[in-house]
Design a protein around this ligand. Structure first.
Ligand code: NDP
Length: 344
């Protein structure tokens, strides 16, 4: 490991689940201005094992019940909330109440009302709030934004995004991802959110109308509380339209296709942790892009929040962006529920 800078930001990892343990925590080593300073978990055995592995001192290991004493831990500047999505709002508020900055996983929360509470708590505490939208720090997606902005496909007309995989047998008592109180409607908040985000950051626009459909099969314990598929159509002021489809019950894909008046940008996989692929088709030719190592996205988002904390600089994925996306997801569900087009 590289020597730690004196001004490196100390993070408390709140929730030692799959994504924290397998993706984010190992990537701290590549962050220049962020380090793991504390752990928070409901599982004492895991807390000890992971604490030992990462050299986190016993006094900086917390259960959920004794989390609030983290307020007096000077080694901890920020909390990284990586709990089931339905717990993000309460834990973000608890972290702000303890005087810490917050990096909150996506989706920011399960409703716009929760997002508003989180933003208000950030302002009250005078602490920064960032949503962990890692694709804003990922070289392929950054290059895609640049290519579309420079009209490499001409004027953007059609965006198609698909994010799906087939979930194995499970039920709400076994898996929080199919429990409505922790996962909301399901695949849209968890996975389709990447397609929604891509449609917004590639078009650079906000939709003016949304039409959507959901499907919830009967008698399937996986979908007793959540939807199997969510599909929506967004129309942007420029006239471009986006079709977003996401499912927990379809063969796996993670695709973004941005098609303009003179060409198309095809990304598949579009937003994975690594192994991304991007091709520009234009003028009868195909050109593949390899703009860099996708795995830098994890460390870059940590350094981004560290910089914002240290010098007060702008956060490019702030709470307001998470709130914006929850409002759009609410419009998607409202359209699907009423069968009407929502005008925004
Ligand atoms: P996991 O189920 O693997 O882990 C969640 C962890 O939260 C558990 O291990 C547990 O940690 C803790 N927890 C506390 N209360 C509960 C509860 N009631 N039910 C279940 N777990 C609980 O989920 P993920 O790691 O996959 O996802 C966590 C968050 O990260 C989600 O918000 C998800 O959307 C986001 N995510 C983001 C990704 C990205 O690419 N940005 C990718 C994957 C997930 P402990 O045992 O330590 O208490």
């Amino acid at each position: 490991p590289q020597p730690r800078r004196a001004d490196s930001v100390g993070f408390a990892i709140v929730g030692l689940g799959g994504y924290a343990l397998n993706q984010m925590m190992p990537r701290f080593e590549r962050a220049e201005r962020a380090h793991i300073a504390a752990l928070v978990s409901g599982n004492p055995e895991k807390l000890q094992r992971v604490g030992d592995a990462y050299g986190v001192p016993p006094e900086s290991r917390y259960s959920y019940d004794d989390f609030d004493r983290i307020a007096s831990n000077k080694d901890v500047d920020a909390a990284y909330i990586v709990l089931p999505s339905g717990l993000h709002a309460d834990w973000t508020e608890r972290a702000f109440a303890a005087g810490k900055h917050v990096l909150c996983e996506k989706p920011m929360a399960l409703s716009s009302a929760e997002c508003e509470r989180m933003i208000a708590a950030s302002q009250r505490a005078d602490r920064r709030l960032m949503i962990a939208y890692r694709c804003h720090f990922e070289p392929y997606n950054l290059k895609a934004m640049e290519l579309i902005r420079e009209e490499a496909v001409g004027k953007l007309r059609l965006i198609r995004t698909q994010q799906s995989y087939r979930m194995g047998p499970t039920s709400p008592s076994q898996n929080w991802r199919v429990d409505r109180t922790l996962a909301g409607g399901g695949p849209l908040e968890d996975y389709g959110i990447y397609g929604l985000q891509a449609a917004l950051y590639l078009s650079g626009e906000m939709p003016e109308s949304i039409t959507a459909a959901t499907y919830q099969p009967a008698a399937d314990p996986r979908f007793a509380e959540i939807f199997a598929h969510v599909s929506s159509q967004l129309r942007f002021p420029s006239g471009a339209v986006a079709q977003l489809a996401t499912s927990y019950d379809a063969a796996p894909i993670n695709e973004v296709d941005a098609r303009g008046s003179s060409g198309a940008l095809l990304m598949q996989p579009a937003t994975n942790y690594s192994g991304l692929d991007m091709v520009l088709e234009s003028g009868g030719e195909s050109r593949a892009f390899s703009p860099g190592d996708s795995t830098v996205q994890f460390a870059r988002q940590l350094d981004h929040l560290a910089d914002a904390i240290r010098d007060g600089s702008e956060i490019i994925t702030p709470g307001e962006m998470g709130l914006r996306d929850l409002r759009l997801m609410e419009a998607i569900y409202a359209s699907a529920g009423t069968g009407r087009t929502m005008l925004l």
